[in-house]
Design a protein around this ligand. Structure first.
Ligand code: FES
Length: 575
């Protein structure tokens, strides 16, 4: 049993007295059978659970939480599980991203307001990882992340199926008339054949890798499949470790340093990670007061090679990645490029954690001098069309399109896009640049994953499978293509994107990091005079709060009043 020595734990402000208030705190906890010694000064460990059957990627989290509890108990802690808002990427409308910040508030206030000394964050589906880390970081009690793990690889008609990536691919085949609809529908069950989150290097896997690279998880957390017994072992070990972290007072602010964020950006480049990581990392950094910017992404990612051959950039899936060595093997390959001295939740440095990491499959994780794609880090574009920046993932784009000049075909909204994209009279060719407006943080609202606009049917039938597309939206981490995203300022706040008209020439040059609208300043000024902002889709409620306070994409799309760390102090009693 561990009873903190020489330091009164935070939970003792609830449980440690002999008066009326402590009676109340202990007595009601005893209604689920807690013995008196649960309150004797041992660390109280919150297990922050995003279980929900509406978040299928996290639907196995009840069992995962039980494994964490075993570890906490083994180490002498008192585990208390609590639910927080769960964000399911596939079901939530208008987009799970609208609720990332709301869930982070839930997490922050649930931790701060309760008798908790340290917390285990159970994360899985895309937004659950940043939401929980943002909330915990703003509170800054000892915290460790346990990811739910990816699904096993899908198999269908003799081929591998990757979550998301093959949905986009197969649906395009149906639209092109090269795949029967019945076969497409048959693929559904094969696509998702076990517990876990998307098995491609989509946003969930990228974020699991990002938080491992940040040092917020035990090594190997990101890639162990959800169905593998070693995932349960890791959960149990994390339960043990958080008890020690409380004793050591090892907090997120000790781990989430600039060096840690720089490591994470490089790892995301090396794994071909999701563009969504840009937003989430900036938002997490904002919660701990580390001034990371889009320029850090470009500077650190510019010469990072993609060495992991996973969909959507490559061929393999997370299960293969785990067997090949996972994130520790990638970090070992990056070697001296990383800040090896950064401290992690293990209490050891990055260098110590990855000592002895081995790559077991050089097809899946390549040597750094034989990359899948050279210079593959997420590129940050600027120009008169994106004064505050935009991003593109070069490793997921057709190389020939990374330098392109063509006429715009403009869609004013996602509804406009759906209504016209397959119109045979749409003035679009393979050289066109498809432009989608009003899908940013305020415009959608919530910055939906609609940036990878489907290719117009008439082009699909001509064999076109990629073209330049740009918007203020996001793109699923499982998607691919020459897709420019996160244009800031967004159209709905009057960014230059709002002024683009069909036929305007747009020049993209990823090597030069430029995105240019070839329209004169005088003409743009005249258009601005005529521009009116779109009407809000909903009045009142959380959406109004969000639209009124959300920051632009280049600042991580957090709510302005949530930026920063507010600590864990709550000086007043509840009664
Ligand atoms: Fe949940 Fe992809 S839908 S991780």
């Amino acid at each position: 049993m561990i009873v903190a020595e020489g330091r009164r734990l935070r939970s003792q402000a609830w449980f440690g007295g002999k008066g009326r208030d402590s009676f109340i705190h202990r007595s009601w906890m005893k209604n689920h059978g807690e013995p008196a010694d649960s309150f004797d000064g041992r660390p109280v460990i919150g297990i922050c659970n995003t279980f929900s059957e509406l978040t299928p990627c996290n639907a196995h989290f009840r069992e995962l939480a039980e494994k964490v509890k075993r570890g906490v108990l083994q180490a002498g802690g008192y585990p208390v599980e609590f639910p927080v808002m769960s964000l399911g990427e596939t079901n939530l409308r208008p987009t799970a991203m609208l609720f990332r910040n709301l869930a982070s508030m839930d997490v922050e206030e649930s931790i701060r307001g309760n008798p908790i000394d340290g917390v285990v964050l159970l994360t899985g589906c895309d937004k659950t990882t940043p939401a929980l880390l943002m909330g915990a970081a703003s509170c800054d009690l000892p915290a460790i992340i346990v990811s739910g793990g990816p699904m096993l690889s899908g198999r269908f008609h003799g081929r591998t199926l990757g979550s998301g990536t093959d949905v986009w691919r197969l649906s395009e085949e149906v639209r092109a008339g090269t795949l029967a609809e019945a076969d497409f529908l048959d693929a559904e069950a094969a696509n998702s054949r076990s517990a876990g989150h998307c098995n491609t290097m989509g946003t969930a896997s990228s974020m699991a890798s990002l938080v491992e690279a940040l040092g917020m998880t035990l090594p190997a957390n990101a890639a162990i499949p959800a169905a593998d017994a070693r995932r349960s072992t890791l959960a149990q070990m994390s339960g043990r470790r958080i008890v020690e972290m409380v004793a050591e007072d090892l907090k997120p602010s000790d781990i989430l340093t600039r060096q840690a964020f720089e490591n994470a950006i490089q790892v995301i480049g090396a794994i071909g990670g999701s563009t969504n990581c840009v937003l989430h990392l900036l938002a997490i950094a904002g919660r701990v007061g580390v001034d990371m910017t889009l320029d850090d992404w470009d500077r650190l990612g510019r010469d990072i090679p993609c060495i992991v051959d996973l969909m959507p950039s490559g061929r393999f899936l997370m299960e293969d990645f785990y067997y090949a060595g996972g994130v520790p093997a990638v970090m070992a390959e990056l070697g001296q490029r990383l800040h090896g001295g950064a401290i992690t939740v293990t209490g050891r440095t990055v260098t110590e954690n990855i000592a002895g990491a081995v790559c077991w499959n050089r097809e899946v994780i390549r040597p750094i001098d034989e990359p899948l794609v050279a210079n593959a880090g997420i590129a940050v574009l600027r120009g008169n069309l994106a004064p505050s920046g935009a991003v593109i993932k070069p490793s997921a784009a057709t190389p020939d399109l990374l330098k392109h000049r063509g006429p715009a075909v403009v869609f004013e909204s996602i509804e406009d896009f759906h209504a016209r994209v397959d119109d045979p009279d749409l003035p679009v060719t393979a050289d066109s640049v498809m432009v989608l407006k009003n899908c940013g943080p305020r415009g959608y609202p919530g910055m939906a994953e609609v940036g990878n606009m489907p290719i117009p049917q008439k082009l699909l039938r001509q064999g076109v499978r990629d073209m330049v597309r740009l918007s203020d939206a996001r793109m699923s981490g499982t998607a691919y293509g020459a897709v420019v995203l996160h244009i800031a300022p967004e159209a709905a706040v009057g960014g230059p994107l709002a002024l683009v008209e069909t036929g305007d020439i747009i020049a993209l040059d990823v090597e030069a990091r430029s995105l240019t609208l070839e329209v004169s300043d005088a003409e743009l000024a005249a258009r601005r005079e005529r521009w009116t902002p779109p009407k809000p889709t909903m009045k009142g409620g959380y959406q109004s709060l969000y639209v009124g306070h959300v920051l632009q994409a280049d600042q991580g799309a957090d709510l302005d009043f949530l930026v920063g760390c507010r600590g864990a102090d709550v000086p007043r009693e509840s009664h």
